[in-house]
Design a binder for this molecule. Structure first.
Ligand code: HEC
Length: 138
C-alpha cells in the first residue's frame, strides 16, 4: 500500500512549494477580495490571470509584464515590498511615461467607483491584493 504515503508526499509538497494555491483562494476571504481587486484594477492591462498583455494593453506601446512570473524573475522569492512600492508609486519607474497608474493617487477607483477607499481600508485592500498576487505565482 503506497497510496497514503504518496498522498502525504503530495500534500507536503503543496505546502512547501505553495503550488496548490487555487484551493486556498476559494477558502480565504482575503484572497478572494484580492482577486476581485486584481480583476477590477489590474487585469485589463496585466491579463485575466496575471499573465501579462491584457486587452487594454493593445494601444499602450508597452507590454504590461506577466505578474505570475515575479517570483521566478526574483530568484524564487516573491518581491512583496517591490510590488507594494511599485503599485503605490513609491518606486522610480524605468520609463517615467509608463501608463502603469500610481494607485496611491488614483485609488481603487474601479472597486470603489463612489470613493470610500482610503486610509486603513486601502491598506487592507493592498494587503489582500499582494496576498493574491503572491498566490498566483508560478
Ligand atoms: C493601464 C495599464 C495598467 C494597469 C491598470 C496596471 N498596470 Fe501594472 N504595469 C503596466 C505597464 C505598462 C507596466 C510596465 C511598465 C512599467 O514598468 O511601468 C507595469 C508594470 C507593473 C509591475 C512591475 C513588474 C515588473 O516585473 O517590473 C507591477 C508589479 C505591476 N505593474 C503591478 C500592477 C498591479 C498590482 C496593478 C493593479 C493594482 C496594475 N499593475 C495595474 C500597466 C498597467
Amino acid at each position: 500500500m503506497m497510496r497514503p504515503y504518496l498522498t502525504a508526499i503530495t500534500s507536503l509538497s503543496c505546502v512547501l512549494l505553495s503550488a496548490c494555491t487555487e484551493v486556498s483562494i476559494e477558502d480565504s476571504d482575503g484572497l478572494r477580495k484580492g482577486q476581485l481587486i486584481y480583476a477590477k484594477e489590474c487585469s485589463a492591462c496585466h491579463g485575466a490571470r496575471g499573465e501579462g498583455a491584457g486587452s487594454a494593453s493593445l494601444g499602450l506601446g508597452v507590454v504590461p509584464p506577466d505578474l505570475t512570473g515575479l517570483t521566478q524573475r526574483n530568484d524564487g522569492y516573491f518581491p512583496r515590498e517591490f510590488v507594494s512600492r511599485f503599485v503605490t508609486g513609491r518606486l522610480e519607474k524605468d520609463d517615467p511615461a509608463s501608463p502603469m497608474p500610481d494607485f496611491s493617487t488614483v485609488g481603487l477607483r474601479h472597486v470603489y467607483p463612489n470613493g470610500g477607499a482610503d486610509g486603513e481600508v486601502l491598506e487592507t485592500d493592498f494587503a489582500n491584493l499582494l496576498d493574491y498576487l503572491e498566490a498566483i505565482q508560478k
